[in-house]
Design a protein around this ligand. Structure first.
Ligand SMILES: [Mn+2]
Length: 376
């Protein structure tokens, strides 16, 4: 690809950041205070705005209800607009109420299913008020012991619940169905893998698609293959980008497995123009030990660099090598792009757009001290 075109595509590339990535969060053990972290919804939007301003590659911020519930969504939209952001996906929270001990949308108790459905309907109402176009659903439902739940009936109850939610959505809204193979349930999870998520989305309709979270698969899963097949079916709705070594670690994007991330981008480029926002690319991470904003800047810039490297792949030559069963050439074509130094391209893209040369340093210099002294 010509350098000008590469810079143009990289300039248009943007991702969505999660409001929850800026606030206190942690593991099941303890949530530690990180100096300068956001305490309110306003501060989360402010922080997303800082990452957007420094990287030039954030278009929207995802919210979680009820964590980000507001009594004035016009004000929320306005706050986002002031930092050049839109409200992205609305995420219902179906895992923090006492009643959900034995599940939410798939619970055998119809009154509890009703409560969970109503919560999702409330989220759709918030989407209408904030111009959000995606309801991003992750379901904790499952069981811990064999025999505890009739697994097939639980899936059927989930579909019945989802149908009511799907019908309530506008024609230009998407339902993104996330899956995860275990946790919080340890024996079975209702939406455990891309097969169950795809089955659910097929039963609902075209506006229901699957969402791939990089931390939600068993070790060794070939995620890029899932991405390819879901794309082929027109069912790839979006991503939750993060990184992991063991399970759902929610680490900074690209920190553990940069080659896997690159291969996912290569697969995406074969179906989409990512500079055109054709797929919802959302970061989903939470940090115990890093500055929240710095971690987010790292993730955004790692995604930009990975995207740049993936554009350097010679896709025609790759296809030719594949067709000729030239295994070594095919692999070398990928490796050559992956090992490319994209610092100069990044630097040219930033200077063309008057962005800081080093977003992390700029944050330390201009923002970090002020935020810590204001927020503690
Ligand atoms: Mn996720």
């Amino acid at each position: 690809m010509e350098k000008d075109m590469l810079i143009d595509k990289l300039s248009k590339f943007s991702v969505e950041v999660p409001s929850w990535g800026f606030a206190r969060s942690g593991t099941r053990f303890h949530s530690f205070h990180i100096p300068g972290e956001a305490r309110t919804l306003n501060e989360k939007i402010e922080d997303a705005g800082i990452v957007a301003k420094l990287t030039g590659a954030v278009s929207s911020v995802a919210i979680h209800i009820p964590w980000d519930k507001s009594d004035d969504y016009e004000h929320l939209k306005k706050m986002a607009r002031e930092v050049d952001l839109k409200i992205g996906a609305v995420n219902p929270n179906l895992f923090q109420e006492e009643e959900y001990l034995f599940g939410s949308l798939s619970n055998s108790d119809s009154a509890i299913r009703r409560k969970a459905i109503d919560h999702c309907l409330e989220c759709i109402d918030i989407m209408k008020k904030t111009d959000s176009k995606a309801l991003s659903l992750w379901l904790p439902d499952g069981s811990n012991y064999p025999g505890q739940t009739n697994m097939v009936k639980a899936f059927e109850r989930l579909i019945e619940s989802l149908k009511e939610i799907y019908i309530a959505m506008d024609d230009d809204m998407l339902l993104l169905i996330e899956y995860k193979f275990f946790e919080p349930a340890f024996y079975h999870t209702v939406l455990s893998d891309w097969g169950t998520a795809m089955l659910a989305s097929n039963k609902l309709g075209e506006r229901a698609k699957i969402l791939v979270d990089l931390g939600h698969h068993p070790q060794g899963t070939n995620i890029e293959y899932i991405v390819g097949l879901a794309s082929m079916e027109g069912k790839l709705g979006g991503f939750h980008f993060n990184s992991r070594k063991y399970a759902d670690d929610d680490l900074t994007v690209g920190s553990m497995n940069p080659y896997e991330l690159f291969l996912i981008f290569v697969q995406l480029n074969e179906f989409f123009d990512l500079s055109n926002n054709e797929v919802s690319l959302v970061i989903d991470q939470s940090h115990n030990v890093k500055s929240k904003i710095k971690a987010m800047i790292q993730s955004v810039t790692n995604l930009q660099k990975t995207y740049a490297r993936s554009l350097l792949v010679d896709y025609e030559a790759l296809e030719e090598a594949r067709n000729g069963n030239d295994v070594v050439s095919a692999e070398e074509i990928l490796k050559r792009a992956f090992e490319s130094d994209v610092r100069e391209i990044m630097s040219d893209m930033r200077s063309a757009r008057s962005l800081p040369e080093n977003p992390l340093e700029e944050f330390s210099r201009k923002f970090e001290g002020k935020l810590i002294s204001k927020r503690g």
